[in-house]
Write a protein that binds this ligand. Structure first.
Ligand SMILES: [Fe+2]
Length: 125
């Protein structure tokens, strides 16, 4: 039986439609609020049907020298064609950090499982 950490898949998001793509500044100032967006299917669209869709995206922050991730945001996408409504798999939030670290995104496709990506973020001042 696999550990959950072994079930997270990753790849280059330009070639793999399931990878959550994190858009955030590379450098921010301590205490300044900044925008973060995480989207699945940014380069290659992912299906959004009742049979095959992205169910959720979560965003975590891991401070440098820490081994405890902090959950920053959690978005669930619950309309996949019901009544002609579709929620696209994009999480948007605003964040304030005081230490350098990483932003880590995870996402879940109901057919293709768990996916992850991460970016480094530098916090100055
Ligand atoms: Fe999928």
């Amino acid at each position: 039986m696999s550990k959950i950490t072994e079930l997270y898949q990753t790849a280059d998001w330009k070639n793999e439609k399931h990878v959550p793509v994190i858009t955030a500044p590379e450098k921010v100032k301590s205490e300044d609020l900044f925008d973060v967006e995480v989207a699945v299917g940014k380069e290659i669209a992912h299906p959004n049907t009742m049979e095959h869709h992205i169910a959720w995206i979560k965003l975590y922050y891991l401070a440098k020298d820490s081994d405890k991730a902090v959950e920053i945001a959690d978005s669930r996408f619950t309309a996949h064609g019901e009544g002609d409504a579709f929620t696209e798999p994009t999480l948007k939030t605003a964040v304030k950090l005081n230490k350098c670290g990483k932003l880590i995104a995870t996402s879940y496709c109901n057919i293709h499982g768990l996916w992850t990506s991460e970016v480094d973020i530098t916090v100055e001042g």
